[in-house]
Ligand binder design. Structure first.
Ligand SMILES: N[C@@H](CCC(=O)N[C@@H](CS)C(=O)NCC(=O)O)C(=O)O
Length: 202
């Protein structure tokens, strides 16, 4: 098994964070996004969309998409559960993980990808969309602060993949100047708790 990884990128971090919570070690092979190694034919054979991370299984097959990779490890290493414990909880975790992706992660990466020089010539940038995402991002944190008023973690009483997605998105938000504000008391409390987990450094 090999995990194709990139140390500074937020999606690979989600998987490393998830694996560290599970105490699972997987051999890692770095792929250099900076030199567009992930866009070369050899890597596109593993994932035709070029995104990282990618998991290569022992039978030589590949799984891309961070949540799909996490799902594989949730099934093979169920403890501790990070994607819900029964039907309603699994649905709730999925709801909140999707929200953390669509409302925060994709807004932060949308701002970065569509405005930053790093992506000039690599993708078709739509700067107006990037600027819109930049404007939305702090409002999304305001919303999350409110959502965290009645519970310790994003999806409820226990730490889940939704917290991992949210933390990786917010930390990556520094590339667009996004920061948790001191007056966002619930979000600050949550941010400190989740950031202090040793797995967050994976
Ligand atoms: N939906 C994919 C997104 C993968 C993705 O876009 N990864 C980024 C790193 S966070 C990447 O490879 N960027 C470099 C590029 O697109 O060339 C996932 O959840 O894993």
């Amino acid at each position: 098994m090999i995990l194709y990884d990139s140390v500074h990128a937020p999606n690979p971090r989600r998987v490393r964070f998830f694996l560290a919570e599970k105490g699972v070690e997987v051999p890692v092979q770095p792929v250099d996004i900076g030199s567009a190694e992930n866009r070369k034919p050899e890597f596109l054979e593993k994932n035709e969309l070029g995104g990282l991370p990618v998991l290569e299984l022992d039978d030589g097959s590949f799984i891309a998409e961070s949540v799909a990779i996490c799902r594989y490890f949730e099934e093979t290493n169920p403890e501790p559960p990070l994607m819900g414990v029964d039907a309603a909880d699994r649905a709730r975790v999925e709801m909140w993980n999707r929200r953390m992706e669509s409302e925060i992660f994709n807004i932060v990466t949308g701002a970065f990808r569509n405005t930053h020089d790093f992506f000039k010539g690599r993708i078709t940038q739509v700067p107006a969309w990037g600027e819109q995402c930049k404007e939305w991002a702090p409002k999304k944190l305001e919303w999350l602060d409110g959502a965290l008023a009645d519970r310790p973690f994003v999806a409820g009483e226990r730490f889940t993949i939704a917290d991992i997605t949210a933390l990786c998105a917010i930390d990556f938000g520094r590339v667009i100047g996004l920061q948790v504000q001191a007056e966002q008391k619930n979000l600050t409390r949550w941010y400190e708790a989740v950031s202090s987990r040793p797995s967050s450094k994976a």
